[in-house]
Design a protein around this ligand. Structure first.
Ligand SMILES: *Cc1c(COP(=O)(O)O)cnc(C)c1O
Length: 415
């Protein structure tokens, strides 16, 4: 009787409030593997529609790559389905350590420890390494999982304005009395696709005797000349003390994450990080497939090069058509619409045209910053992008926004 009518009503009211604010998230059911084309059922119960996927984190197109799928089968055959344990009891196989070593080499660090996800890596690492008397100084736009990790840690917390190096420097000065100063940033910020100024951050870290933490989830595997990540892109390989990243985006897209970096930091995570100690090991299927992914991308830059070409083509095409996009180099390409309703209307119309994109608006992005975030993949061929571009032009024309900037769009559609 605990779940009484009163409780149900209160919870129902909260859901209704979410819905009436237009913020209810609806799932779309995909009936195919993750790829350039997907079969989608939306709304639930509708016939399947074949659409070009422009919103997956499948940057390298490896989510359904035949060699990756085959490696997953090998893992299943040779090491079984589940480990039924956490790592330190009886959940560590040889292949877990092999994957950690491969990630260490790929990322150019000293050691690596796997976690069930990058969310877990971020939840565990700060508390394991820092204590009272230390300080975490984070960019104000870091990922939600870092925010949670910071909450779980007893060290002091401070923040600097997004990518504002002057502000970061003042904070570092202020915290010279602390034992450890840890600067915390995403490598690529997921909503704007902008890259952290890691060269300047590392220079400040040196000047003020601080450590640097980078979450490279939206960069590992493709940013930088050989795809190592934003540390390669910014010319600071070997200078980042802690890298966390996910195996759930470019690196195969299934799940899993890691902390990679200084030996002592990784060892402290092995001793103390709670999601590592108290949550189940990554299953052999994923470990085996992720190892294949690292092998594939270590041998050739073909896939990250194709992604770079696709990104260039897509960015240039949108600009030429008259869309207002966030400039940059990452395969995250936000098409700025500013007005929340416009972002929803255009996403719906694009879906009708066979293009799967999502409109983001407050609170996912700041008020007045609504957008459609497009994401490129090495799985896209030129024809996919040409077709998508044609659809974007058609819908952009329909709403009369081609060639308009922020001011004009807001005048036309309101805030
Ligand atoms: C996606 C993402 C995560 C979460 O990764 P999971 O492995 O899916 O938990 C963490 N940090 C950043 C910056 C991300 O983009």
């Amino acid at each position: 009787m605990a779940y009484a009518a009163k409780v149900r009503d209160a919870l129902r009211e909260e859901i209704d409030n979410i819905e009436s604010a237009g913020l209810l998230k609806e799932e779309r059911y995909i009936h195919s593997p993750q790829d350039a084309w997907i079969d989608v059922e939306f709304p639930a119960g509708s016939p399947l529609k074949k659409v070009i996927n422009l919103c997956a984190n499948n940057y390298l197109g490896l989510s359904s790559h035949p060699e990756v799928v085959s490696a997953a089968h090998d893992g299943l055959e040779s090491r079984g389905y589940g480990m039924s344990s956490v790592r330190f009891i009886c959940g560590t196989q040889d292949i877990h350590r092999e994957l950690e070593n491969k990630l260490t080499e790929y990322l150019g660090t000293e050691d690596t420890i796997l976690f069930p996800s990058c969310m877990d890596a971020n939840a565990g690492v700060f508390e394991a390494v820092l204590s009272e008397g230390d300080v975490m100084i984070a960019d104000r736009l870091v990922h939600a999982s870092i925010v949670d990790g910071i909450r779980l840690c007893k060290a002091a917390y401070d923040s600097y304005k997004h990518s504002d190096m002057g502000h970061l420097e003042r904070k570092l000065e202020e915290h010279q009395d602390k034992r450890i100063r840890l600067i915390i940033t995403d490598g690529v910020f997921s909503m704007d696709g902008d890259v952290a100024k890691l060269d300047e951050i590392c220079a400040l870290a040196e000047k003020y005797d601080a450590m640097v933490f980078v979450d490279d989830s939206h960069a590992s595997g493709f940013m930088g000349k050989t795809g190592r990540g934003t540390h390669e892109h910014c010319g600071v390989l070997g200078k980042i003390d802690i890298i966390t990243t996910t195996l759930g985006k470019a690196l195969g897209g299934a799940s899993g994450g890691c902390v990679s970096g200084r030996k002592e930091i990784v060892e402290l995570c092995r001793q103390k990080a709670r999601p590592y100690l108290f949550s189940n090991t990554m299953p052999p299927v994923i470990v085996s497939a992720a190892t294949k992914v690292i092998d594939l991308i270590s041998g050739t830059t073909e896939r990250r090069d194709k992604l770079e070409e696709n990104t260039k083509f897509w960015r240039e095409g949108l600009v030429e058509a008259g869309f207002d996009i966030k400039a940059g180099e990452s395969p995250i390409v936000p098409v700025m619409l500013y007005n929340a309703k416009l972002s929803q209307d255009m996403a719906r119309d694009l879906y009708a045209e066979g293009i799967y994109v999502i409109g983001f608006f407050f609170p996912v992005v700041p008020k007045g910053q609504a957008r459609i975030r497009t994401q490129l993949s090495a799985a896209h061929d030129r024809e996919h992008l040409e077709q998508a571009l044609a659809a974007f032009k058609k819908i952009g024309e329909k709403y009369g926004i081609l060639g308009l900037g922020k001011k004009e769009i807001l005048e036309k559609f309101g805030n």
